[in-house]
Write a protein that binds this ligand. Structure first.
Ligand SMILES: Cc1cc2nc3c(=O)[nH]c(=O)nc-3n(C[C@H](O)[C@H](O)[C@H](O)COP(=O)(O)OP(=O)(O)OC[C@H]3O[C@@H](n4cnc5c(N)ncnc54)[C@H](O)[C@@H]3O)c2cc1C
Length: 406
């Protein structure tokens, strides 16, 4: 049953209590929360290699529909398009509660919920919102982000995938890389060059590309952990209707900047990978909790996590999370990735050789995956160095980088 706003409550505390109550009534606690029980994984990406991908995707869709029916779908999206019209803080509070429960991995829908759908709401037309946002909130559609290319990552504006206007439609050719969940997505938010002669930031246009269109090939990339969360995506004469162009021709760069800022604002600090309680329990079980250096490192990560959470609240209070030129999105992303990197290193210091050789003890070797995967977060969504450049320019007023370095 879908409660009205008075049931979910706009007050943050009430909203969170309602979310907790509903989640407790409708889901099981996450396995692995009790030491020695269930899956001991602390990785950051879904374990696609261990599960049936189609089953996992179907479970994610069903979960999105269930939470939408309960009034917890698309929390920051407008009510007109099936969302709840609430703030990013409500979203963070809900996610903190949901991460305690046994539900499908949020990585499957995060890009759609936090990046693509907000971009469609902001820059799309009425038909696009109706066709993609409502179904997206209900889990009928999943999304990926087709931005990076082999020679265009940090310097995204040098992208070469082209969209050419031919016989009344756009024809897309080229390649993307590192596309998270492309193998699960129904639509990809694509950046393509539509005017090779325009200054490079002006010649880019954004499209909402159906991933099942003829000419789209998705190839998984095998990670160092054995996982397969990312893909290469190839476009070979893919025909895209003009109705699926997001924003004006040549206006893709402004949309990109706004989308990347939302990406950096969604802190990856919920779930087992960010559980400082789990890390402290590990130190106890390994009889390292009385070691003063270990204690200092544990206190350090606990404090850093709290500071990141408080910084998010402060940014929200200042209402500048939507300011794509401001420093907060970059600051928050740096804080989160730095904290997770320190967590993995602390686990390594506690475990010693058991980090790299599987002894079979529950909750130990699992940190190997954490250490390897948290490095990826320092790259995805803009590298640490790029975030520091943004903070230097936007917050500290340092001179912009020389154009030769871009
Ligand atoms: C976990 C993960 C998920 C991802 N998901 C997606 C996705 O869904 N969709 C998508 O499109 N892409 C995705 N990516 C790709 C990601 O956006 C790029 O990898 C990232 O932007 C960096 O680009 P690059 O790999 O080309 O590295 P490069 O840009 O070549 O950078 C190489 C090194 O040079 C440094 N560097 C580059 N320019 C500067 C500069 N101006 N100043 C200082 N240092 C600099 C970088 O910091 C880095 O250390 C993902 C990547 C990861 C790791």
């Amino acid at each position: 049953m879908r409660p009205d706003n008075s049931a979910t409550g706009r007050d943050l505390g009430e909203f969170r209590a309602a979310a907790r109550e509903w989640l407790e009534a409708n889901t099981a606690p996450r396995l692995g929360d009790v030491w020695g029980s269930g899956d001991d994984g602390v990785g950051l990406f879904p374990r696609w290699e261990r599960t049936d991908a189609a089953e996992l995707i179907a479970a994610a869709r069903a979960w999105l529909a269930q939470r939408h029916d309960a009034g917890f779908g698309g929390i920051t999206l407008p009510t007109e398009w099936g969302g709840q019209g609430l703030t990013p803080l409500h979203d963070v509070a809900y996610e903190a509660e949901e991460s305690q429960r046994d539900v499908p991995p949020s990585e499957i829908w995060n890009i759609g919920q936090h990046m693509v759908m907000p971009a469609i709401v902001r820059f799309g037309d009425g038909a696009q919102r109706a066709q993609l946002v409502g179904p997206g909130v209900r889990g009928e559609l999943l999304f990926c982000q087709l931005f990076s290319e082999p020679d265009a990552g940090s310097d995204l504006a040098s992208l070469r995938t082209s969209a050419t206007w031919r016989d009344g439609a756009w024809v897309v050719d080229g390649q993307k890389v590192w596309t998270s969940v492309a193998h699960a997505a129904d639509y990809g938010m694509l950046l393509a060059r539509t005017d090779p002669d325009a200054p490079r930031h002006h010649g880019i246009t954004c499209f909402l590309l159906p991933m099942n269109a003829p000419g789209v090939t998705v190839r998984p990339i095998k990670q160092i952990t054995g996982g397969r969360s990312f893909n290469e995506v190839f476009f070979d004469g893919v025909v895209v209707d003009d109705a699926l162009r997001l924003g004006d021709v040549g206006a893709g760069w402004a949309i990109t900047r706004a989308t990347l800022a939302t990406e950096r604002v969604s802190l990856p600090l919920n779930g087992p990978h960010a559980s400082t309680d789990r890390l402290i329990e590990l130190a106890k079980r390994q009889h390292r909790i009385d070691d003063p250096v270990v204690r200092q490192r544990l206190a350090d990560v606990v404090a850093r996590k709290r500071i990141a959470e408080l910084t998010l609240e402060r940014a929200q209070a200042a209402s500048d999370l939507d300011d794509v030129h401001g420093p907060h999105p970059s600051l928050l992303k740096l804080m989160a990735t730095d904290m997770l990197t320190r967590m993995g290193a602390t686990a390594g210091a506690v475990l010693g050789p058991a980090l790299v050789a599987d002894t079979g003890d529950w909750g130990t070797y699992a940190w190997n995956t954490h250490l390897l995967e948290s490095a990826g977060l320092r790259i995805g969504g803009g590298t640490d160095e790029i975030q520091r450049n943004v903070i230097g320019e936007a917050a500290l007023g340092l001179p912009r980088e020389p154009t030769g370095a871009r």
